[in-house]
Ligand binder design. Sequence first.
Ligand code: DAH
Length: 374
Amino acid sequence: MAYTVPKLADYSAAALTSAAAECVRECAREANRVRTVAELKAFRDRWLARKGGVLTQINDLWLKNAPKEAKREAGMGVNQLKARIQEIVASAIAPPVEPALARCETVDRVDVSLPGIRRPIGAEHPVMRASREMCAVFQRLGFSIAEGPVVETDYYNFEALNFPPNHPARDTQDTLFIAGQQSKPQRERLLLRTHTSPVQIRTMEKMRPPIRIVIPGTVHRNDPPDASHSPMFHQIEGLAVDRNITFGNLKGTLDHTMKEFFGSSVKTSFRPSFFPFTEPSAEMYVSCFICGGSGNRESGPCRPCKQTGWIEILGCGMVDPNVFEFVKDNGYDPKKISGFAFGMGADRIALLKYGVDDIQLFFQGDVRFLRQWA
Ligand code: DAH
């Protein structure tokens, strides 16, 4: 039988004590029976609810009816009782798992022969794989990997790469700026790096020449997504600085790496271009390994090379002496050393290498697409 609050006929100290003790005992008994979260709530409401809870009833039945001379004693006794009941209710706990496990523990226990939950093994993302394989080709030539932050300052992303403030070449990069930076000097303002080139400067600040590094990483630009653009994409940057580095070294290195990566039959072609941080600058093309350079396939015109037989792969050039001026104190005196640099899109080389026709597929997280690289 559930506990109900009795009326007090006798207001003697002994009668009060024994009525209170019974109340505490009953409350503790009910607390022990709580098994579920729902039961815990019902238990708490039954004892503490302002309207009709057991403590409210005790207030009404025991205090309000107490004769004048017993009011003080009864008040103190009821206060103590309330504190005790609140303690019991507060310490009542529901078991964390509801009926299924409770039943399982008491009736049939856990069945260890049931098959476990299989956690599928992931696969390397095609962009990461292309990037790792390209970097590996350079590593075999003696390059090491360098990395830098994705949230970058204007100084590293632009200024130290010879993009002066307000230079129009900055407009070509559709930069995404971090909000609320206007009060800072321009060079300290934060942005999402638009290329991996800032890591050239960061590495030259830390390491004296000679250096040979490749820099894989994520970059952002305010480009609307389409089949060949994504506001987030990946680049692989390269930098070699030493005495007597020449454009011939640049061509030989890149020609070798492209043959390693795309196949030994590809040819490379360098065409003049402009980047603020290299002089001279070039764009490098590889002969189309899809149509063999003819511009046509059996099925019709070759789309990846737009029927030209050549595919643009990267930008490159000889490091501009103005760039070395920013790190001159660390041994990069442009009169004594020279270097070459290059930068390519990792997503783009993954598209080409794996014959994927839409960059968006890389970032939609569709397991049916990604499983092809498992
Ligand atoms: N940072 C350039 C871009 O994102 C690519 C690039 C061109 C990097 C020439 C280089 C380079 O290191 O020498 O458009």
